[in-house]
Design a protein around this ligand. Structure first.
Ligand code: OXD
Ligand code: MN
Length: 593
């Protein structure tokens, strides 16, 4: 660091545990210096300058993208690594077949050897952070120790980071311990370990967001989901948005889609001109912590303070809010560059790339100019549709929970679950085509219950049971819906225009919640009849609409059988109620055929 690091003594009287732990980690990792992050803008500016001097961060065009930077990761470190991510509970069954598992002692021993001396010549940063508004009873804190200044800068945008978080930790008396080192970025020496019973995370060998910004997926989903189960709440992979109708009523929805399936776009949706009077407010775009309130409703906070979003495809037409918010004070990771030193990505319409995401002269033969999982990091307050309700310590009340995936076939545009119990089955049955957000094959349909396959820190069977219990505690539970924006016809064309027009589907849901619109009772659930969806002002053939809202019986039959086999994979831990729901759909299907 160019200037004197903050010393422990200069910080408020913090919990001794943090200091003891930092000293232990420093003894193991042997850093050249230790820096306690205070979260100030002066600190951020210094870190940025250091990274620019070292050539790790590149300032972008100051006229068109003021205070924006490009970061290029190692080409072999561009996504979450699910195959190297472990949940280390005492009993393997508690982690469940949905997680890779190692016994905690074995994992700790293996990681200890990786961490030994790994920070020699480097700075150890102590990053105290709070997930959720600092004054929220639902917020939870952590401390990440990292040797990456890029991680510190990102954590500074994604969380409430620094001195204030440390003060809250002192009050709480407990915090999640996250230890991270980029190591040598060797994929053969890369592991992301979670010890939910000890509220601890160890991540080695990657600098990529989901593997390295430990407040996000590791803490706010894997560790938090485990904690939430014992404390009676839910930590979910969901956006939170407020929808104001032309009459001025605002309702909040939370929606779970797998990574790279449009959560950020939906959270920032801009109503089409043909739907005048509507407004959409963003509370969060990726994670929701949901608590039953004293009033019997479900309340949500967004534990994050920023967005770490997928860049490709972002433009004025697809997501104007995101496009505007990333034109200043943003970090871009693995995008391409134009001749004017502007960031470029597939779908950016304007300009052409001259340098690809790896820094090579752009050549289409090398594939996309920007990595398909290239990302932006920005503070949430930069979003034009940001709502200050995101700062409310008690969160916002949720009227509808929405689940969905990327499915070419079968899943209709939208349907409603008949009850909470049916809704849990619908959510547990979510399947989606894989995307570039995780290392591995793209486009393969896999089961992704509640869009939480990579993120639930315990056995899915227990998780489904927890969801069912939560419903019993809610006198005014949200209605549950399933959507699929990605249905295609036989020629591979999308049937639904998507983006802003998705508001029409949300409109139907809110009308359902208010009891103002009808539905038809299909085997799969409650489907809108053609007259129930507001399609004024959008060009859509009635035959296409009919196709979008119908479900081929034989395909549904196959799906039911597949879901049954999938649920059986969790053995006795799968709640019987889910099989009852499956049986009921099967019976309805028979009477309809
Ligand atoms: C994300 C993801 O980065 O889901 O949000 O991968
Ligand atoms: Mn996500």
């Amino acid at each position: 660091m160019a200037s004197a690091p903050h010393t422990l003594a200069s910080l408020p009287d913090i919990s001794k545990n943090v200091a003891t732990w930092v000293a232990e980690v420093a003894a193991l990792t042997q850093p050249e210096r230790v820096h306690w992050c205070d979260g100030s803008t002066a600190e951020r500016d210094r870190l940025r300058e250091d990274l620019v001097r070292r050539g790790e961060l590149r300032p972008l065009n100051p006229e068109t993208f003021p205070r924006c930077y490009l970061y290029r990761s190692d080409p072999a470190d561009v996504a979450r690594v699910e195959h190297l991510t472990f949940v280390c509970t005492q009993s393997q069954e508690d982690a469940g077949p949905n997680n890779n598992w190692l016994a905690p002692a074995a994992a700790r021993a293996q990681m200890r050897e990786l961490f030994r001396g790994c920070m020699r010549g480097r700075t150890l940063y102590v990053v105290p952070y709070c997930m959720g508004p600092l004054d929220s009873p639902y917020a939870r804190c952590g401390v990440e120790i990292t040797d990456s200044a890029y991680v510190v800068l990102n954590m500074g945008m994604m969380t409430r980071m620094g001195r204030a978080a440390l003060e809250r930790i002192a009050l709480d008396g407990s915090f999640v311990r996250g230890l991270h080192s980029t190591g040598e970025l060797d994929p053969a020496r890369r592991f992301i370990m979670h010890y939910p019973e000890e509220l601890a995370i160890e991540s080695f060998g990657s600098g990529y967001g989901g593997n390295a910004l430990l407040g996000k997926k590791c803490h706010a989903l894997r560790i938090a989901s485990f904690q939430a189960r014992s404390e009676g709440w839910l930590a979910e992979h969901m956006l939170i948005a407020g929808l104001q109708n032309p009459a001025g009523e605002t309702h909040y929805v939370a929606a779970a889609f797998p990574s790279s399936c449009g959560k950020t776009n939906l959270a920032m949706l801009i109503p089409p001109e043909s739907l005048p009077g509507w407004k959409v407010f963003t509370i969060g775009d990726d994670i929701a912590w949901l608590q039953p309130g004293d009033d019997g409703r479900l309340w949500a906070i967004n534990p994050e303070a920023g967005y770490f979003g997928v860049v490709p495809g972002t433009n004025r037409a697809t997501n104007r809010n995101a496009f505007d918010m990333i034109s200043h004070d943003a970090i871009f990771t693995n995008v391409a560059l134009t001749a004017d030193n502007e960031p470029w990505w597939e779908g950016r319409k304007k300009h052409v790339p001259v340098t690809d995401w790896r820094g090579r002269p752009y050549d289409a033969a090398n594939g996309p100019a920007a990595h398909p999982n290239s990302r932006f990091t920005v503070a949430a307050t930069q979003n034009p549709s940001y709502s200050t309700a995101a700062e409310d310590p008690h969160g916002v009340p949720i009227s509808a929970l929405i689940f969905g995936g990327r499915r070419r076939e079968l899943a209709p545009l939208v349907y409603e679950a008949r009850s909470w119990q049916h809704g849990v089955l619908v959510a547990a049955s979510v399947a989606s085509e894989t995307t570039a957000a995780a290392t591995g094959q793209v486009g393969v349909v896999r089961r992704d219950p509640m869009a939480m396959k990579p993120f639930t820190g315990y056995n899915f069977g227990d998780y489904f049971a927890h969801w069912l219990r939560m419903g019993q505690r809610l006198a005014h539970a949200p209605r549950i819906f399933h959507v699929n924006w990605f249905r295609q016809n036989a020629a591979g064309q999308y049937l639904w225009p998507g983006y802003g027009e998705n508001l029409r589907v949300l409109h139907w849901m809110l009308e359902r919640c208010a009891g103002r619109v009808g539905a038809q009772d299909g085997a799969i659930g409650l489907l809108p009849r053609p007259q129930d969806l507001n399609v004024t002002g959008v060009e859509i053939d009635p035959a296409v609409l009919a196709e979008l809202t119908s479900v081929p019986a034989s395909a549904l039959q196959r799906e039911l059988a597949e879901v049954r086999v999938y649920l059986q994979g969790f053995g006795a831990r799968t709640p019987v109620a889910l099989y009852e729901e499956l049986d009921q759909i099967g019976r309805r299907l028979e009477t309809q055929v």
